[in-house]
Design a protein around this ligand. Structure first.
Ligand code: PLP
Length: 427
């Protein structure tokens, strides 16, 4: 291969067949598996097109009209559009669309209002909170004092009275609302009231539910929160990335914290994809998607309950649910493995007051966003619930596994994914 011209024009499978082959295998896996990981989704091709674009070549440190580099005329416009769309979609005074990931978005919000040693009150990690809400190995656990709230032992729903009590006791600088594994609606007005009583800043991390909020299927935290942080890749169905919304009085402090505080140059191809994602999410069809996600989750939950599974908190109001597997005599870890073999992808997850270690767990987390994006409806959800039960009841017996895997592959095939993209041949 001629080094220069040929290399610049060559496709990935010519330059690096090994990686290209693995991407094709992964596409095949995505096509034939039933994807139930609650934080995952399938993005529209338009999102991939923006992310795979020539914007990757551009450095654009700083903010629109105040960029530190030349040649920013077009990327500046792209960022302005992304900001305007985010503000309009969620009804916010200000938006910063540069954070590379949800964890970085949280870092920016925390650094804007907290100093090292300050106290933050967030959800317990083993009851639904995220690593960036105070895990000892995360920067939050290293530099802040962490107080944490959980769910009520009987209802398994957020215990707002406990949050209010903890807030009075520890006088936190920040209260974080939001979770990675909580199947119920969150009462943001109540969080606002608790934060006001404690004189705390309320940061809502809506990473998991952002798509439901955009589509009107979950209450919008923005009017109640000082800051709202979110990823774009989960229910919102955009690129891997994040953004922060805030009240006007925090706007310039937040922007300074994102850049130059915790990041250098923004990833412009991701920002273009975020802009497209916000546009898609503000169209009427997105409301149908968000409502269908909730309907599908609810159908999956109901069928599982009818098959004798106990769901944490007794059900779901959003896109996800947690199965308590203890009565089925299987751990989360084993359930994850045997389902994967049967063509169903989900993840083990601690349940509240879990007797098992976080690496084993008694729970399984299931989400309905990705299967909804493929076009599946309530009928398929019931079939998936029966397939899950068949595999778990047979403890991963080879025949049952094979039977379910071919049924799931057949069902997937009726919902083609990325037609025209070349995948590896099915195994
Ligand atoms: C997924 C998630 C994040 C982090 O997102 P990354 O992009 O993986 O850093 C933050 N908060 C919550 C609640 C999440 O669920």
């Amino acid at each position: 291969m001629e080094f220069f011209e040929d290399l610049m024009e060559a496709a990935l499978d010519e330059v690096d067949p090994e990686i290209s082959g693995l991407v094709a295998e992964e596409l095949e896996r995505q096509r034939v598996h039933i994807e139930l990981i609650a934080s995952e989704n399938f993005v529209p091709r338009a999102i991939m097109e923006a992310q795979g674009s020539i914007l990757t070549n551009k450095y654009a440190e700083g903010y629109p009209r105040k960029k530190y580099y030349g040649g920013c005329k077009y990327v500046e416009r792209i960022e302005e559009i992304a900001i305007e769309r985010a503000k309009k979609l969620f009804g916010s005074d200000h938006a910063n669309v540069q954070p590379h990931a949800g964890t970085t978005a949280n870092q920016a919000a925390y650094f804007t209002v907290m100093k090292p040693g300050d106290t933050m009150l967030a959800m317990k990690l083993d009851q639904g909170g995220h690593l960036s809400h105070g895990h000892p190995l995360n920067f939050t656990g290293m530099i802040y004092k962490i107080a944490s709230y959980g769910v009520n032992r009987d209802t398994e729903m957020i215990d707002y009275d406990e949050i209010a009590r903890l807030a009075r006791e520890c006088a936190p600088k920040v209260i974080v609302a939001g979770a990675s594994a909580y199947p119920r609606k969150i009462d943001f007005a109540r969080f606002r009231q608790i934060a006001d009583e404690a004189g705390a800043v309320l940061i809502t991390d809506m990473a998991h539910i952002a798509g439901l909020v955009a589509g009107g299927a979950h209450e919008n935290p923005t009017p109640h929160s000082d800051f709202v942080t979110s990823t774009t890749q989960k229910t919102l169905r955009g690129p891997r990335g994040a953004f922060v919304l805030c009240r006007g009085k925090y706007a310039s402090d937040l922007d300074r914290t994102v850049f130059p505080g915790v990041q250098g140059g923004p990833i412009m191809q991701a920002i273009a994809a975020k802009a497209a994602c916000f546009k898609i999410a503000s169209a009427p069809a997105f409301r149908d998607y968000a409502n269908q996600v909730v309907k599908n989750a609810s159908a999956l939950a109901k069928e599982l309950q009818e098959l004798g599974y106990r769901l944490v908190s007794g059900g779901t109001d959003n896109h996800m649910m947690l199965i308590d597997l203890r009565s089925k005599k299987v751990t989360g870890k084993d359930a994850e493995r045997i389902l994967e073999e049967a063509g169903i992808t989900a993840n083990k997850n601690s349940i509240p007051f879990d007797p098992e270690k976080p690496t084993v767990t008694s729970g399984l987390r299931l989400g309905a966003a990705a299967v909804t994006s493929r076009g599946m409806k309530e009928g398929e959800m019931r079939e998936i619930a029966r397939a899950i039960d068949e595999v778990i009841s047979a403890s991963g017996d080879v025949e049952a596994t094979n039977r379910v895997r071919s049924r799931m592959a057949e069902m997937s095939a009726s919902y083609p994914l990325y037609r025209g993209m070349r995948g590896a041949r099915a195994r």
